[in-house]
Design a protein around this ligand. Structure first.
Ligand code: ADP
Length: 328
């Protein structure tokens, strides 16, 4: 790693600081935040707080209101009602001051395809009034961090999807932001490319950068997020660490059974008090065991198309809360 890369330690703008209100700890605070488009209420009065140096996730299916939330946060879309503060500053009145300290990774890469990889960074640095020499140095450091040094002179259009994504994240870091907001950072990437992005985001967090990301991938949320909110239809359903949420709603494991039509009631009866809940997912019945071993034994000898005991996931939590999957 190259020097000068870590996020700044001072996370609070003294002009925005309000003694006793906890801004020092919380980089983002949303209270009763609402986004309305004409008649549609996309965000329905949500509350959340992002702590310094954590990776905070907004997990939910398509249309849940994730982008609407982050677009208000990054000053791209006006707040309809409620309050939203970043670094203790009101996004309504201090957008420019916030933007200087913020990095944004949109869903679309929107890189300049005509320019080289390094030029993309240098041109972007110009928007932050970073001098050319400093921009070149910083750009090269960022390319190194994102394994793109060998591509510095390459035109962007010749990069793979994963490389473009890494370059887009690198670009968002050109101004050394304290907070980086990423909207669906790995959508459309293959598993290997996703893992590389996750690794780099994890390293950024280790260096003290606060991350807010939206995702509809439960594995992304589990891997990266220290805390998250689960959002659906503009409302926050739950908040906590991935582990807490899974433990609170499901436990450690679930048992998936293949079910024939009309068989659900019988299977649930067999499970009896050995489960604390169940969900039907297509041809599968998902059981939430109180005692996994005893539950497995209860189905021994029974002819089932599927019998799988597996670790519980955030997808199970979402399913239990809404009756739907995250991809539905
Ligand atoms: P997500 O990011 O979770 O997929 P969005 O915030 O994009 O969800 O969308 C939430 C809801 O708001 C959806 O019903 C979507 O169609 C609607 N919506 C989003 N942006 C606009 C817009 N600019 N104008 C009107 N409706 C919008």
């Amino acid at each position: 790693m190259t020097a000068g890369f870590a996020g700044a330690n001072i996370l609070v703008d003294p002009n925005g600081f309000k003694a006793g209100e906890g801004w020092k700890l919380d980089v983002v605070v949303a209270s009763q935040l609402v986004k309305r488009y004409n008649g549609l209420e996309a965000v329905k009065g949500i509350d959340f707080a992002v702590r310094a140096r954590e990776c905070f996730g907004i997990l939910g299916p398509n249309g849940a209101g994730k982008s609407s939330t982050v677009n208000m946060l990054i000053g791209l879309s006006p707040v309809t009602a409620g309050e939203l503060r970043v670094f203790g500053l009101d996004v309504r009145t201090a957008a420019r001051r916030i933007k200087r300290r913020l990095g944004v990774v949109h869903q679309d890469n929107n890189l300049d395809p005509e320019l080289s990889v390094l030029q993309n960074l240098v041109v972007y640095a110009g928007y932050f009034n970073i001098a050319r020499k400093a921009a070149l140095n910083r750009g090269r450091d960022l390319l190194e961090f994102f394994d793109l040094t060998a591509k510095a002179g390459e035109r962007v259009e010749n990069l793979s999807g994963g490389m473009k994504r890494r370059l887009t994240i690198a670009r968002a870091l050109i101004n050394n932001p304290e907070l980086v907001v990423l909207d669906e950072p790995t959508t459309g990437l293959d598993p290997q490319a996703r893992h590389l992005v996750w690794q780099r985001l994890f390293q950024l967090k280790e260096q003290g950068v606060t991350l807010v990301l939206t995702t509809h991938y439960m594995d992304e949320a589990s891997q990266l997020c220290d805390r998250l909110v689960i959002i659906d239809q503009g409302e926050i359903l739950e908040e906590g660490t991935p582990r807490e949420l899974i433990a609170r709603h499901i436990g450690t494991e679930v048992l998936e059974l293949g079910r024939a039509a009309g068989e659900t009631g019988d299977l649930v009866t067999t499970a009896g008090p050995l489960i604390h809940g169940h969900q039907v997912v297509g041809d599968n019945l998902v059981l939430y065991p109180r005692d996994s071993r005893a539950l497995l034994q209860a189905f021994q000898g029974r002819r089932l198309a599927r019998l799988l005991l597996r670790p519980a996931t955030l997808e199970d939590v979402f399913l239990k809360l809404t009756g739907r999957g995250l991809d539905s």
